[in-house]
Design a protein around this ligand. Structure first.
Ligand code: SAM
Length: 210
């Protein structure tokens, strides 16, 4: 997976590649999906949600530029796979999931793997203000715009990665804060499940697969 799906597509951060070699994706997919755990695609994890394509997880993680000492906030714990990757790369990881069943399953697997991680069930479009600011924020669901709450919780010099667009197609944005200035860069098109919540999409629409 690392060679064929990540390195050939340009993922080059050695620490990120090492994390992908170490974290076993099959532990984070439902039992009936274990045979497809290393497929080059997202997979369903229940509740209409997905574990993202490995390359997309790697691209978003690499864009955060983690060196090892950071406090990171992830919005959308999902299966817990990206949470585990982040735990390998940063000092403290905080992750928010709105669906309790997914959050519980992720908590169990992450604990079994021995990761020390802070998990919460709630509306991640509002971030997790109690522990802000964060050096890095990654949103693993697509929203109509970058939530103001998340921008407020991003530390000076910090980076935020998030898919932004409509419910069907988004652009993967990297935002770097420098003082009051926000620099935006696009990493290209992507397709994620919707970020629901106060600063995301409302909770009435149908769920879409990534
Ligand atoms: N990073 C995850 C993984 O590796 O499995 C991928 C998660 S999936 C693509 C996106 C997740 O975002 C879903 O589990 C969904 O329930 C969650 N989500 C959507 N809106 C949310 C919100 N407002 N707060 C927290 N989680 C949210």
């Amino acid at each position: 997976m690392v060679q064929e799906q990540l390195i050939t597509r340009g993922i080059h951060d050695g620490r990120v590649l090492e994390a992908f070699r170490k974290v076993k994706r099959e532990l984070f997919v439902p039992e009936n999906m274990v045979g497809s755990a290393y497929d080059d695609s997202p997979l369903p994890i229940g509740e209409g949600q997905t574990i993202s394509q490995p390359y997309m997880v790697a691209l978003m993680t690499e864009a955060l530029g983690l060196k090892g000492g950071e406090k990171v906030l992830e919005i959308g714990t999902g299966s817990g796979y990206q949470t585990a990757i982040l735990c390998e790369l940063a000092r403290d990881v905080y992750s928010v999931e709105r669906l309790p069943t997914l959050a519980e399953r992720a908590r169990k697997i992450l604990e079994e793997c021995g990761y020390r991680v802070h998990l919460k069930v709630g509306d991640g479009s509002l971030g997790w203000p109690e522990f802000a600011p964060y050096e890095a924020i990654v949103v693993t669901a697509g929203g109509p715009k970058i939530p103001e709450s998340l921008l407020r919780q991003l530390k000076d010099g910090g980076r935020l990665v998030m898919p932004v667009g409509d419910r069907f197609i988004q652009e993967l944005l990297v935002v770097t804060r420098s003082g009051q200035r926000l620099e935006k860069q696009s990493l290209g098109g992507c397709k994620f499940v919707p970020l629901k919540g106060k600063e995301g999409w409302d909770s009435t629409g149908e769920e879409e697969y990534q």
